[in-house]
Write a protein that binds this ligand. Sequence first.
Ligand code: UDP
Length: 326
Amino acid sequence: MKKLLVTGGCGYIGSHMVASLQRAGHDVVVLDDLSSGWRESSGGATTCIGDVGDRALLDELFRQHAFDGVLHFASLIEVGESVSNPAIYYRTNVAKTLTLLEAMIEHGVGALVFSSTAAVFGEPCRPLIDESHPTQPLNPYGASKLMIERVLADFEPAHGLRSVSLRYFNAAGASPDGAIGERHDPETHLVPLALQTAMGVRPALKVFGRDYPTGDGTCIRDYVHVCDLADAHLLALEYLFEGKPTARFNLGSGTGFSVQEVLDSVERVTGRRVPFTDAPRRAGDPARLVADAGAAKTTLGWRPRYADLDTIVQHAWAWEQKRALL
Ligand code: UDP
């Protein structure tokens, strides 16, 4: 059993992580400022409401708990917002993360799992994106995550802080028991928006671009189940606790689905129509982003359990139905 700090443990991926760490028998403390998370999402874990950039608070937490490692989810995640307001992205995702890293070093905590993103790559130059793909982010969100990856590469030789950066492709789905799921406000992600449209609680879904160079003209993304992401983090922790060096892994299912294919899946799973209208392309959206997650499979032993799109949509649908009753 390890004692772990989870920043952003009240958010979408963080809350699934907390549940999965607890199931694995670990002792979890959550730090979350509730700027986009929900207090009840961290389940029974000890939860401190506060800012990850508050050094005095971090010092107090690190003194109170002898953490073996940190999982750092707390960050801003909206591409469009990062383009219009880059300062808050660099402040939150870079400056506050540096404060966290300095606190870890000061208190002798040497293992970190960092939430990174496929947005570090920018426009793909080959069909499947592995870790050797060039990194040229198209927006401040991707740039802010890439900056921290660089900081982490420098901090191992300088300070002995070892880390695993996990680049998520499109996180989707919910816990199979429907207990927790995605809950952003405002919601910008395709799967929950399509499900809420099918439910009739939203107007027609806007399909952002039908003129991409793809089979049906809509963007292709790699949807990866949030519980498979949580599994990869558990394996990344094991990797670090075995004393292995700083690394980065891409996490995706390796299969791309177009926006239209996602809407078709939502109609199959819910048995309802998803009304849509065709809208212009959204700024900063590459045509196709699909992972080669071979390294996570070989090095970490990652085996995604829910690669099937309909299964991901089914779990998200169960959660949306429950959420509608909350
Ligand atoms: N998308 C769309 N309509 C929406 C929301 C998203 O057509 O209302 C498209 C978006 O352009 C992208 C894909 O769905 O091609 C996935 O977008 P999402 O925001 O879920 O994730 P991202 O790829 O930005 O991480």
